[in-house]
Design a protein around this ligand. Structure first.
Ligand code: NAD
Length: 269
């Protein structure tokens, strides 16, 4: 019988814990989110972040800019926020328009306010990776010594998640679009994390019986228009030991982890 890793429930518990912490802080956390362009999915994610910030008692400021905003203009906004003592956390919503150099932008965010953890010298763990670890920890799933396979090597999700597993003493394989035999790799995993952005890429026969399967993917099903993950949930749950649903798995955990980072950044002031 599979165990469902209920990200929605755990994220709710985390927000309630953070709300109590924030109530005790003299200076309330204040998150500034920069949203460039009008990607509809980004607008939804930003709204989720705003709702969570308000729920835990943090302040939220949205800086919305047109898709043709220049690199220089975006840099100036970040520099202003870095200097602004009333802002304790800064997040630049991804993806940015193609003419913007993401890495330059990530490196410009003050590490002490970099609650999304994308500056290479940020003290914070990127929120999706942190959300995955918080979920595993709340279900008492051990990581040390486990064979972990991460499918996807993006700077935002796959790589930081894989790196965190290494830091926590797992043995990690990173797969990507050029991996020769994906199933041969995924079948080895005690813990399988999938962040490929490919609907239902992971089938039942690609999962070791009893494995923990974490589905980071958020995709729109072409036929039903419903949200689906990168894992064929209905079939994989027949073989996995634990699995995250989509929606209601890693998505809410990412937002809760962002709030955790925000409260931590604000407590250090
Ligand atoms: P990306 O497109 O930047 O990276 C995808 C990665 O998957 C690449 O490294 C690519 O090599 C690999 N890949 C693609 N097809 C593959 C295949 N057939 N076999 C093996 N590897 C393959 O995407 P991303 O930003 O890392 O996001 C991945 C997914 O996670 C998307 O569905 C995105 O919407 C979702 N996402 C969810 C959250 C969340 O909070 N749950 C946060 C961020 C992203």
């Amino acid at each position: 019988m599979v165990n469902i890793l209920d990200g929605r429930k755990i994220a709710g518990q985390i927000r309630a814990e953070l709300k109590e912490k924030v109530a005790k802080l003299d200076k309330k956390p204040s998150l500034a989110v920069i949203l460039v362009g009008d990607n509809p999915a980004s607008a939804i994610y930003v709204r989720e972040k705003m709702k969570a910030a308000v729920e835990i008692g943090a302040k939220f400021r949205l800086l919305k800019r047109k898709a043709n905003t220049s690199q220089r203009a975006l840099e100036r906004i970040i520099q202003d926020l870095n200097r602004n003592a009333s802002i304790t956390g800064i997040l630049v919503q991804k993806p940015l328009p193609p003419h913007i150099d993401d890495e330059e932008i990530d490196c410009l965010v003050d590490p002490a306010k970099d609650v999304d953890g994308l500056n290479p010298i940020s003290p914070f763990i990127p929120s999706t990776a942190l959300g995955v670890f918080e979920l595993l920890s709340r279900y008492a799933i051990k990581v040390e010594g486990k064979k972990v396979v991460v499918v996807g090597r993006s700077k935002l999700v796959g790589l930081p998640t894989a790196l965190e597993f290494v830091k926590r003493n797992a043995t990690v394989t990173i797969c990507h679009s050029k991996t020769a035999n994906l199933a041969a790799e995924t079948k080895q995993a005690d813990i399988l994390v999938v962040a490929a952005g490919k609907p239902r890429l992971i089938k039942r026969n690609m999962v070791k019986p009893g494995a923990v399967v974490i589905d980071v993917g958020i995709n729109r099903d072409r036929e039903t228009h419903k949200l689906v993950g990168d894992v064929d949930f209905e079939n994989v749950k027949k073989v996995a030991g634990y699995v995250t649903p989509v929606p209601g798995g890693v998505g809410p955990m990412t937002v809760a982890a962002l709030m955790s980072n925000l409260v931590q950044a604000s407590s250090q002031k």
